[in-house]
Design a protein. Structure first.
Length: 151
């Protein structure tokens, strides 16, 4: 499979395509993605950042790095968010490649510890993430797992 991982900051012309893609996957308002991506492209701070796996001009996977991914542990920042790989491209290592890429890129920006919130119990351990604690997701009735990665 031939794909490339890109940083949105290196390809600002795909901002609208990327925001629409994430919106369709996660049902978070398009405006929220656009605002976060515009902040990323301003380049004032290390966070937020957005990353995409591209096969030609098709987005086949992506994720972001934001301050907080809708949970009550506001002290655990920044967070990986919106991890998604298209169903027809799963089980090809794309999610792992994206996770590894973002960890290295954020380390180069001076951020060596990242967090993520997930309902998956074992997926992220394959890529060097460790369970940290449970947290309350915004508007969620139950607790959700938080993982940590130190580069």
């Amino acid at each position: 499979m031939d794909y490339k991982i890109i940083r949105l900051i290196d390809r600002p012309e795909i901002k609208e395509q990327a925001a629409q893609w994430f919106h369709e996957k996660w049902d978070i308002p398009l405006k929220a993605y656009m605002e976060s991506m515009e902040d990323c492209l301003r380049g004032i701070k290390s966070v937020p950042q957005w990353y995409l796996a591209m096969e030609d001009n098709r987005i086949i996977g992506g994720l972001g790095v934001i301050e907080n991914d809708f949970h009550d542990r506001k002290d655990l920042i920044p967070n990986i968010c919106a991890v998604y790989v298209e169903e027809d491209k799963r089980c090809n290592g794309i999610a792992g490649a994206l996770l590894n890429y973002v960890c290295v890129d954020m380390k180069e920006k001076g951020i060596d510890t990242l967090y993520l919130i997930t309902e998956h119990a074992s997926f992220y351990e394959r890529y060097g993430w460790n369970f940290l604690c449970m947290a309350q997701g915004d508007g969620e009735p139950g607790m959700t797992r938080i993982y940590i990665h130190r580069e």
